[in-house]
Design a protein around this ligand. Structure first.
Ligand code: SAM
Length: 231
């Protein structure tokens, strides 16, 4: 699967995807990451990409022409990419959206904004706007990385053991069960006996019950209709 990004700060994408699961998937060519600098598409000798807002106000706004030219450049070479504008005003990102994006065979083109935002008319050039949460960051680069990381994990072959994806939080309707590793006792807290019993059916039952309890306690909204329990 291909991921393309349009950004004023291409260097920001270097180290986060050099290692780890996504880095390995890039090395193995299961996914491709292409980062396109916006600056060369800027206007005039200074490659200007922003301007003062019509109607006045603080800060600068990204002009539409450089972004449109960058989108055209990428789409001419990679037709069919699903175009996403990173925006605090977009749909709030979720596992369901990540799953939908992972199923888009042509790949994704993510556009990272900067400054006070992007000229409104750019919205007509994209297929979707995505926010990573109800707060404002200085740029769309970190949001684009969040989307790439979450979607890439769902691309077949990226995670070695697909069973681990099925059990993760949000994969079904709730949060994952509590995890333990060595030591058996840490600061007086012991690993639950059942996990050391070797009885796989009992372990599965315990995990399902714990996952449900935890979801009801912490995120009843994920279950729909469940009330928050005490304790
Ligand atoms: N003035 C804009 C507003 O109030 O909606 C915010 C602009 S923000 C400072 C600059 C850029 O950062 C945005 O164009 C967007 O690409 C990115 N950005 C900031 N917060 C984001 C979020 N929560 N999710 C996705 N992108 C975000």
């Amino acid at each position: 699967m291909q991921f393309h990004v349009i950004t004023l700060f291409p260097e920001m994408f270097e180290s986060p995807f050099r290692g780890g699961i996504v880095g390995r998937a890039i090395e193995q060519r299961i996914i491709e990451l292409h980062v396109h600098a916006l600056r060369p598409f800027g206007l005039g000798n200074y490659r200007q990409v922003d301007d003062a807002p019509y109607g006045g106000g603080s800060g600068m706004v990204m002009r539409p022409e450089p972004i449109a030219a960058a989108i055209d450049y990428v789409i001419e070479r990679h037709p069919g990419l699903w175009k996403i504008l990173m925006s605090p005003q977009g749909e709030v990102f979720s596992h369901a959206i990540a799953r939908d994006l992972a199923s888009r065979p042509q790949g994704l083109l993510l556009i990272a904004g900067r400054y006070e935002g992007i000229d409104e008319r750019v919205r007509s050039l994209v297929d979707q706007e995505i926010s990573i949460g109800d707060y404002v960051l200085s740029g769309g680069e970190l949001p684009a990385m969040v989307v790439i990381e979450a979607v890439a994990r769902l691309v077949p072959g990226v995670i070695g053991n697909p069973d681990s994806l099925a059990e993760e939080s949000f994969a079904s309707e709730g949060l994952e069960y509590p995890q333990y590793t060595r030591p058996e006792e840490f600061r007086g807290m012991r690993v639950p006996e059942v996990l050391q019993s070797g009885d796989h059916a009992k372990v599965r039952e315990w995990r399902e019950a714990e996952a449900r309890k935890r979801t009801i306690q912490r995120r009843p909204d994920l279950l729909g209709g469940h009330k928050r329990s005490r304790g």
